[in-house]
Design a protein around this ligand. Structure first.
Ligand code: BTN
Length: 260
């Protein structure tokens, strides 16, 4: 169900617009459905999102007004973000930087997880429309969701929120503004410094360094020693036979040397 929409001109990325809906099933779904009407840099935010989606057809739960759920529109040609594969890490770096402003130290887990104290605080989902050469970068950040509310939910990995980690509530509008500033900066930094700069910045807070991991791809699961995120965004691991393997996508589980 779609309802009231507030248009905040100039509050999106690079002076584009921010649309704030009271409620949407999914900001990514709405942006993809309205691809033709949206401009590069427009941001679609929902105060309540009822059926948010995550990677691998998972659902993204963000009840009530607790959380930040938004989708940023990036139109190719107008914007070179050095390839779609790098957008997830670039957005994760922006989230890490924004969280730092609010006193939280985040770690990054390839390809799209932002963790605080080993628990997932944010997720990113990039989806594209080829006909409109548009990429929708969906971001979900747990801002004020409480520990009891989190404990009643089932996730593929333990969740947390800014409020749980800092024992205080946050102004979600302020968090949104900060995140959009950091997202803009992170994309511009990548354009100016090239794709290799993403891997370098990722490494500063890469929670998989030194770990033995399992990467579950579409065909099979491969176990090995994590060997870093590459300049093109791929994950590298060295398997039991000493062979270096590269992955564009997959689900990562830490097998040895502790959790993230
Ligand atoms: C994941 O961790 O699997 C990705 C979660 C992405 C959730 C965000 S919330 C805003 C945007 N709209 C959606 O339906 N999903 C993304």
């Amino acid at each position: 169900m779609e309802n009231t929409r507030q248009l905040v001109r100039g509050a999106g990325l690079w002076g584009s617009d921010l649309m704030v809906f009271d409620s949407l099933p999914s900001t990514n779904a709405w942006a993809l459905e309205h691809a033709g009407e949206l401009k590069h840099g427009d941001v679609v935010r929902a105060i309540r999102q009822s059926t948010g989606r995550g990677r691998f057809d998972r659902t993204w739960v963000s009840p009530g007004k607790c959380c930040l759920t938004l989708s940023a529109v990036l139109k190719s040609g107008a914007q070179d973000t050095s390839g779609d594969a790098l957008l997830l890490p670039v957005a994760a770096i922006a989230l890490r930087n924004a969280l730092k402003e609010f006193g939280l130290t985040a770690m990054l887990k390839w390809p799209n997880d932002v963790l605080v104290a080993g628990k997932k605080i944010a997720g990113i989902l990039a989806e594209s429309v080829t006909a409109n050469s548009m990429l929708v970068l969906g971001i979900g950040l747990n801002v004020n969701i409480t520990a009891p509310a989190l404990s009643g939910m089932t996730f593929e990995q333990p969740p947390t929120s800014m409020a749980v980690e800092r024992a205080r509530l946050f102004d979600v509008d302020l968090v949104c503004r900060r995140l959009l500033i950091d997202l803009e900066k992170a994309i511009e930094f990548t354009q100016q410094n090239g794709p290799a700069s993403v891997a370098a910045r990722w490494k500063e807070n890469d929670c998989l360094i030194g770990r033995t991991i399992a990467v579950k791809g579409q065909q099979d699961t491969v176990t090995g020693r994590y060997d870093g995120m590459q300049a093109d965004g791929q994950l590298a691991l060295v398997d039991a036979a000493g062979k270096r393997r590269l992955f564009w996508s997959g689900d990562v589980t830490v097998m040895l040397n502790g959790e993230c």
